[in-house]
Design a protein around this ligand. Structure first.
Ligand SMILES: Nc1ncnc2c1ncn2[C@@H]1O[C@H](COP(=O)(O)OP(=O)(O)OP(=O)(O)O)[C@@H](O)[C@H]1O
Ligand SMILES: [Mg+2]
Length: 239
């Protein structure tokens, strides 16, 4: 289910002091595509997401979404252009209810008029509508992950980047999140799944990209990528 090029990252690089966290990363993603991004701890996956979302300013390269240059735009501007990401550690507003948490991105984007209705719709999509009036701390871990996803999809993104949305979840809970991401994808959203849980990545992804030490070392059909000796050596061998 892939269309025109949606995201194009060219030569993206990021340094922290003298340390190069990301170097010359080129990734192209088509509309509606499902991409898995894997790599060992510290290989630069979240740094890449942060450079795409605008949470970090990249030192090198350029990023376009639907042909529009994102460089220099703040995260909320990128969100309005159709880019959504979840954080590796869910970051809900603790004093706001579940529903209010999903309303926040809508209010921020100037969509106050229908914010409550749309927020409730998102909670229904992630099967959290019954908990709309609870506080985030009253949710289980998997429910908090689902809330994080509801907040991310509120603005109907063209691209959703899920950064380890399944870490720490049980087998059945992982299945719930995969099903959710597949539903969002079926509705037209391209998804980048960053994940250490290999069965989730292989079940979900049409294409796999592998990072090692801040560089992309593979990009292609999942089975072929996983069979590459350098991928096995650098990544799977350490599992
Ligand atoms: N804000 C920061 N300041 C300094 N160094 C950072 C910062 N963020 C990330 N790094 C470093 O950059 C490297 C890449 O980190 P990153 O979080 O992108 O890895 P990752 O692939 O997401 O790892 P994980 O699988 O553990 O989430 C690591 O060595 C990390 O310590
Ligand atoms: Mg990470």
């Amino acid at each position: 289910m892939s269309g025109a090029v949606l995201l194009r990252a060219e030569g993206v690089g990021k340094r922290f002091g003298g340390f190069t966290a990301l170097a010359d990363v080129n990734i192209e993603l088509r509309a509606g595509e499902r991409l898995g991004l894997i790599g060992p701890n510290g290989s630069g996956k979240s740094t890449f997401v942060n450079c795409i979302s605008g949470d970090f300013a990249a030192h090198d390269g350029k990023v376009t979404l639907g042909g529009q240059l994102l460089d220099g735009l703040k995260p909320h501007r990128r969100a309005r252009l159709g880019l959504a990401r979840t954080f590796q550690l869910p970051q809900p507003f603790a004093s706001l209810t579940v529903l209010e948490n999903v309303r926040v991105p809508l209010l921020f984007a100037g969509e106050a008029a229908h914010a409550s209705a749309r927020a409730f719709e998102c909670l229904e999509q992630v099967e959290l509508a019954a908990k709309a009036d609870k506080l985030p701390k009253e949710l289980t871990q998997v429910e908090q992950r689902r809330l994080e996803l509801a907040r991310a999809i509120a603005l109907r993104p063209q691209l959703l980047i899920a950064d380890e949305a399944m870490a720490g979840l049980s087998h059945a809970e992982v299945d719930q999140i995969i099903a959710l991401l597949l539903r969002m994808n079926a509705a037209g959203t391209a998804v980048i799944m960053i994940e250490h849980i290999m069965r989730a990545v292989t079940e979900f992804s049409e294409r796999l990209v592998v990072f090692v030490a801040g560089r992309k070392i593979a990009d292609g059909e999942p089975r072929e990528v996983l069979a590459m000796p350098e991928v096995e050596g650098a990544y799977l061998g350490k599992q």
